[in-house]
Design a protein around this ligand. Sequence first.
Ligand code: SAH
Length: 249
Amino acid sequence: MAGASLQPEIMKKIHKKKKKLLLAIIFVLVLYPVYSGREEGKFARERESMVKNQIETRGIIDPQVLRAMRKVRRHLFVPERLRRLAYIDSPLPIGYKQTISQPFIVAYMTEAAQLKNGDRVLEIGTGSGYQAAVLAEIVDHVYTIEIVKELADSALEKLKKFGYYNVTVKWGDGYKGWPEHAPFDAIIVTASPSEVPEELVKQLKVGGRMVVPIGSFFQELYLIERTESGIQKNKLVPVRFVPMIHPEE
Ligand code: SAH
């Protein structure tokens, strides 16, 4: 007779399991999309206010740069625990003693490089991949080099996941540039060397532009243009970047 009284118990357990499964399905199909949609909406509003209050008011006017800054979802490029801070007026840590640059600086450097749609651009210091994504919204192809393997790997994975097929990431030393793909229309260096890296200048097209911070503690951002006869160097603004590492250090 023991078997007869067990059956309803088993049925109850099965019902409970079904209920749990049903709740999980409801969560996945209904609640999660509603939740993440609301999150995306909140981030979109924060992004708009970032562009208006941090970037447009400080004089960035290139429509392509403003469009890219409005489009790229910066919160997906910062560590998850810092997502709520993604749109503040500041750089943020991304691990390995490195940072994702302040949004205004990303916009400023991108505008300074005077990009056109067909351009091929080299970035030194992939970091989170955010600047590469902003560039990829504007130009034909972005080549980007990162010296920290883990950062290169995670940036590549993110850029692929978000559909940036026009970005190629390499783990390596940025001082060497990427001779196989040179010459470039523009080079953007997002870590600070103490002097202009000569090898990178060589990899600029005639008429090409390089935007690069120079210095150790006190740094200045420079716009370097390669001309028929040499280079033209213009000091832009004081900045603060992480140092560009020599691999033997
Ligand atoms: N552009 C990045 C910010 C990068 S911070 C972004 O949008 O998130 C600077 C990056 O330069 C760091 O990730 C650092 O590891 C990298 N870096 C430093 N020295 C380098 C070198 N010699 N070659 C390539 N990358 C370098």
